[in-house]
Write a protein that binds this ligand. Structure first.
Ligand code: PRX
Length: 695
């Protein structure tokens, strides 16, 4: 294999043992929301797009829509055109008549000595109204304005989101674990002038001072030309100052103090058009700059409500716990909007899964009688390693479990099934993305057989397809990998990239668009940037990203973002970031950096690189290894061959390197990373094999 020739994805044969079916327990068939075969019938392709009326009809509309799908300006699809609604009303107010005393959110603090805190729908209603009054009457915000929320997993996060939604304010939640700089950049891109923070939170037994990030964020936004004139700070504990950072007079305000002025305030929900943006969610892509995925109100809410009902199988009487962070799309769709629209009880856990010990999750499940559990392969691997028998010690019974965010290895899947689910709980492996709003592929819970490591067929109304690099379909059962695409639009798909329509079209639609002039949706397949294989039975197996994104513990990090961070270290001349396999997190970044020629003291550069990456992006991007190398392997045209570095980090075959401009460097780096002696080569996972291929 030549180093410069691209490896055509469709020619990569995928070697894996086809797993046997695991049949779901018959126990949950009767109660399954999807048990009526008529639903599946209604979502057949011949009923597209009208099938999605069913999801929109799960919502309360102020004005009913006249057109289900408008395709006149592809790929800027419009859903439920003419309709108006309010997302907060749908998640809160409309449940009061029947469920006002029902738990909407249950907050579980990380410390076991702090009691759990339950918010009923009535209490949620009161608190959301008061916060909406602060946003409207104190901050002067109105529909269409943006607010950046950089908060940990506490109740006030969904309360703030819902208060924004009540007014049609577009929220942009930044994961609490991201740095202040990352939050500031996102706030500037979105044009927010108000940011919402928490002073502190608990994580892994430690109190984290989060307010310090606010000061950095405001400064970073200012450097980008965006003034943040108000920072609203929630106190993690009423009346206590947990942060050592000073409040800036005239800019920083404790929510607690502001709310004093708005006790008992009621704010009428603002009815917005179905296409009004509900939120932005920044995610990593192929370039250094994160992109703001813009999600619409009507289509998004309809889609997450419908999929929560059918695939999370949520009924109002269930106790549903999704362990994701609300700062990511999973939390938005499947902790906040979907479950609350269904009047479910949704659990919010502040801390890490194994604090103070490996039994924590199962104690929470037992105490709250959780029956639907939703987490990631990384958490499953971590919990399995930390306490393989722990689940058996606790008296909980799950009916349903979800795995999401990364491919799961069959061994971890089986532990989830046998030990966590006690061979009874149904598992759904849901494949989707920040961009897609909700699930794309999954099995039907309690009804379809499950296959460890495979997601399943397309969800209701979703018609996936696998294309090779030339746009030719790879049929089911071919045993070859290709690029998974979705042939049709669906209500949950993002509207656009905030302020960047061109990038939206380029990134997701240019690759396989059959005719750029066509207004027929059939000509506009959505390119997901994931490799996948379709088995003969119609189940998809997702192999991972085909672009420059590394999936770390189910979280997307752009290699280009990490590289730019490395380049801010003054001694660094060039940097390349590649994925390296990690037993728990799936993948982690490995950094290769060469130093400027005049650098005499390179001793602490590695530490500096790590610290810089953590400051600019956040701890989540912490590399597994930093290699300071004399030079990076390059083609004669000067392109860094990241694929070769990924092969070295993962002990895979580097292939023929003779056509490089500096072939000798490969062996030198290899010895530096792997040691002098010969190493046993691994085959390596598909995503690592394909890494750097699109460059
Ligand atoms: O590579 C796929 C992987 O996560 C990526 C999307 O990441 P993000 O936008 O952060 O959203 C995560 C939560 C939906 C995808 O491109 N991915 C997501 N779910 C799965 C998955 N890979 C395999 N199996 C899944 N179930």
């Amino acid at each position: 294999m030549s180093t410069v020739a691209r490896t055509d994805a469709s020619h990569i044969a995928v070697h894996w043992k086809e797993e046997d079916y695991v049949q779901p327990s018959p126990k949950f068939v009767g109660q399954a929301n999807l048990s009526d075969p008529a639903v599946v019938e209604r979502f057949k392709e011949e009923h597209f797009p009208e099938c999605f009326r069913e999801y929109a009809d799960m919502l309360a509309w102020d004005r009913y829509w006249h057109t289900t799908l408008d395709t006149s300006n592809p790929p800027f699809w419009k859903w439920f055109v003419g309709g108006t609604l309010n997302a907060c009303y749908n998640c809160v107010d409309r449940h009061l008549a029947k469920y006002k005393n029902k738990a909407a959110l249950i907050f579980v603090p990380e410390s076991e000595t702090e009691p759990t805190y339950t918010l009923t729908y009535q209490e949620l209603y009161i608190r959301v109204n008061e916060v909406a009054a602060v946003l409207r009457d104190f901050c002067g915000l109105k529909a269409g304005d943006r607010v950046t929320i950089h908060m940990p997993m506490i109740l006030e996060l969904p309360i703030t989101m819902l208060a924004c939604a009540r007014l049609g304010i577009v929220h942009s939640v930044v994961f609490g674990g991201f740095s202040g700089e990352a939050a500031g950049l996102r706030a500037a891109d979105s044009g927010s002038r108000v940011m919402v923070y928490a002073d502190a939170y608990y994580r892994n037994g430690k109190l984290i001072d989060h307010k310090t990030s606010a000061d950095i964020a405001v400064q970073t936004a200012a450097n980008e030309g965006q003034t943040i004139d108000k920072v609203l700070v929630w106190r993690r504990k009423d009346g206590q100052d947990l942060s050592n950072t000073a409040m800036v007079s005239g800019r920083d305000y404790y929510m607690e103090d502001l709310l004093e002025r708005f006790r008992r305030a009621k704010v009428a929900p603002v009815s917005v058009g179905a296409e009004h943006p509900l939120f932005l969610m920044y995610t990593s892509g192929t370039t250094g700059k994160p992109k703001g995925c813009q999600h619409r109100t009507g289509g998004y809410l309809a889609y997450v409500t419908g999929t929560s009902k059918y695939y999370q199988d949520i009924h109002p009487e269930d106790v549903y716990w999704c362990m994701a962070d609300i700062g990511w799309i999973t939390g938005h769709s499947y902790i906040v909007y979907g479950p609350l629209a269904l009047a479910a009880t949704s659990v919010i856990y502040e801390g890490v899964p194994n604090y103070p010990d490996a039994g924590r999750c199962w104690r929470i499940a037992e105490q709250l009688d959780v029956n639907i559990f939703h987490t990631s392969p990384t958490a499953i691997r971590l919990l399995r390693k930390a306490g393989p028998d722990e689940p058996l010690k606790y008296n909980y019974r799950f009916k349903h479990m979800t795995t999401v965010g990364e491919p799961i290895e069959p061994e971890s899947w089986r532990w989830y099934w046998e030990v966590v689910g006690k061979r009874e709980a149904v598992i759904v492996d849901t494949w989707w993305q920040t961009e897609t709003g909700g699930f794309l592929c999954t099995t039907k819970p309690a009804l379809d057989p499950m296959k460890a490591g495979s997601t399943g067929p397309g969800a209701l109304g979703i018609y996936p397809i696998i294309y090779d690099e030339h746009g030719k379909e790879i049929p089911a059962g071919a045993g070859r990998a290709g690029n998974v695409c979705i042939r049709n639009p669906w209500p949950g798909i993002m509207q656009t990239i905030w302020k960047d329509n061109d990038r939206f079209v380029r990134q997701y639609y240019s690759k396989y668009c059959k005719d750029p002039k066509s207004t027929d949706w059939r000509d506009w397949p959505y390119f997901a940037a994931d490799g996948a294989v379709l088995a003969g039975d119609g189940y998809y197996r997702i192999l991972g990203r085909v672009d420059d994104v590394i999936n770390v513990a189910g979280h997307r990090l752009g290699t280009k973002e990490i590289e730019s961070a490395c380049l801010t270290v003054p001694q660094v001349a060039e940097a390349a970031v590649v994925p390296v396999v990690d037993e728990i997190k799936g993948r982690m970044p490995a950094i290769y950096a060469s130093l400027k020629p005049d650098v005499t003291d390179g001793a602490h550069v590695s530490e500096q690189i790590v610290a810089t990456v953590e400051t600019i992006i956040g701890k989540i991007a912490r590399p597994k290894a930093v290699h300071i190398v004399p030079d990076l392997p390059k083609t004669r045209s000067g392109k860094i061959m990241r694929r070769i570095l990924a092969a070295i980090s993962n002990r895979m075959d580097t292939g023929d390197v003779t056509t490089l401009a500096n072939p000798e460097i490969v062996e030198q780096i290899r010895k530096q990373v792997q040691g002098e002696g010969p190493v046993e080569l691994q085959e390596g996972p598909e995503d690592v094999k394909r890494f750097g291929e699109q460059e």
